[in-house]
Design a protein around this ligand. Structure first.
Ligand code: 2HG
Ligand code: ZN
Length: 463
């Protein structure tokens, strides 16, 4: 518990009602989507502008108090967990749309703006903000930037990084930086904007962002295909992407589909069961693309690659097919999943998956594996479900053992231990499988430059 003087000084900075101390607020703001740690911040403050954020940071430096920056807390790596008496600085009130520039197609927003509000704003201007994922109704732009969020449109539109044209940040020293200011071309030395993107709140607090928007996506068609083996999914991907600009290429296993259907009450895409399903999406407003899609669909069937398939005939059908994929993560929470967010080169995926399955078969036969993910960009979400006969503690222990084995395999394949969810607390111990000692040391040095007192999100990403 912080002493009364500190609380009253924080109240002076952000206003009485924007300092929260109730148990409910402390628990709520101290957690993200992970369930491993217990929230225990000292206080939650909600600044209303960049200047207030700066004052809080300067104040925290003076008293050497740790800060956990907080967005929508939809993260899956413990990056926004406050478990050690920290001050949570939540961006909820800095959620305005400040300025829209039609000529440059950029919009300046507060870090606390909810992702789907930005998507709606863009649509209202007949434009498009393409970063999208299941939690876009509660995640905030600042958090998306701090974790370089990915999602379902990455193969066509890239990650969050690609859409950030400028940032206003308060560094760990309390300096305000206006980075890049919306420019497309700006070769003036180190681009600190990109350093802050994906820095997980360890270098500074992202307060405002200038986001680039693009042309709206045309009407889309979704195809779901039942496929017998994983290598064939890649053949299907190759065939489609050789002729069509896909906006998404996702996959999930029968195990994932069964659980989504049971839990959410969705309908199966078709009667035939298959070990794997691929979900593809492409813009089909031009008639010829649809014809090509249909032809490729038939060719995949003729080649025997596909056991069964369905092509959406309406927006509604496309949306319900997407739900089969998007609702997997939410569905799996009831099984105490151990989540892995891996990437390897697409060409190496079949071999990689096979190696993981052999290891599981030999050493952890009691693990239930659920594979799904964004296969078109090499990102696999491997969720392992807790077997009923293991206690939570036993399961965590075996998973942490498995993590090392998996980490070694990822290193062997030159992959990443965190493709899109970030490192946070969850993946810190396995970071070294993807980044060398020299790189991690440099990260620590960089942190010292921006946050010399180590007050920003301590213990996340690096020590
Ligand atoms: C998704 O792609 C999300 O559905 C969540 O990134 C993945 O919960 C997961 O493991
Ligand atoms: Zn994902």
């Amino acid at each position: 518990m912080l002493d009364k003087l500190i609380i009253s000084q924080l109240r002076e900075i952000v206003g009485n009602k924007n300092v929260r101390l109730s148990d409910e607020d402390l628990t709520d703001y101290g957690m993200d989507r992970t369930t491993i740690w217990t929230a225990d911040p000292s206080v939650v403050v909600l600044p209303g502008c960049v200047a207030e954020v700066q004052k809080v940071v300067i104040f925290a430096n003076e008293y050497k108090l740790a800060i956990v920056p907080s967005g929508g807390r939809t993260g899956l790596s413990g990056g926004a967990v406050a478990k050690d008496g920290e001050i949570v600085v939540a961006m909820d009130r800095i959620n305005q749309i400040f300025d829209f520039n039609k000529v440059d197609c950029i919009v300046s927003v507060g870090a606390g703006l909810i992702t789907n509000k930005l998507q709606e704003f863009a649509a209202g201007q007949n434009l498009f903000y393409p970063v999208d994922f299941a939690s876009s109704g509660s995640s905030q732009i600042g958090g998306n930037i701090a974790t370089n969020a990915g999602g379902i449109n990455v193969i066509r539109y890239g990650m969050t990084r690609q859409w950030v044209a400028g940032l206003v940040v308060v560094t760990g020293c309390g300096e305000i930086l206006h980075l890049n200011k919306g420019l497309i071309k700006n070769n003036t030395g180190y681009d600190f904007r990109h350093l802050f993107i994906g820095s997980e709140g360890t270098l500074g607090l992202i307060c405002e962002a200038t986001i680039r928007l693009t042309r709206p996506k045309g009407a889309s068609t979704v195809i779901v295909l039942g496929i017998d083996s994983f290598p064939i999914i890649l053949e299907v991907l190759k065939a489609f992407s050789a002729e069509i600009n896909l906006t998404a290429f996702e996959f999930f296993s029968q195990v994932a589909l069964d659980k989504v259907i049971n839990f959410q009450g969705h309908n199966a895409p078709f009667k035939t069961k298959a070990p794997f399903y691929a979900l593809l999406e492409f813009e089909s407003s031009e008639g010829s693309v649809l014809d090509t899609g249909l032809r490729l669909f038939d060719e995949c069937m003729d080649k025997g690659w596909v056991l069964d398939g369905v092509m959406s005939q309406s927006l509604r059908q496309a949306e319900s097919l997407w739900k089969l994929r998007e609702d997997i993560s939410e569905t799996l929470w009831q099984y105490e999943p151990f989540k892995n967010d891996i990437s390897v080169l697409m060409s190496r995926m079949p071999e990689f998956i096979k190696s993981v399955e052999i290891i599981i078969e030999q050493k952890y036969p009691y693990f239930e594996l659920v594979w799904y993910g964004h296969i078109g960009d090499g990102n696999l979400h491997l969720n392992i479900l807790k077997p009923e006969n293991l206690t939570s503690a036993q399961f965590v222990e075996r998973c942490s053992n498995f993590s090392k084995v998996l980490g070694e395999l990822i290193a062997k394949y030159g992959g990443s231990v965190s493709a899109e969810h970030g490192v946070g607390l969850l993946k810190k111990d396995v970071l070294h499988y993807s980044r060398t000692e020299a790189e991690i040391k440099l990260m620590c040095e960089v942190k010292k430059v921006f946050d010399p007192n180590g007050i920003l999100n301590p213990g996340k990403l690096i020590d």
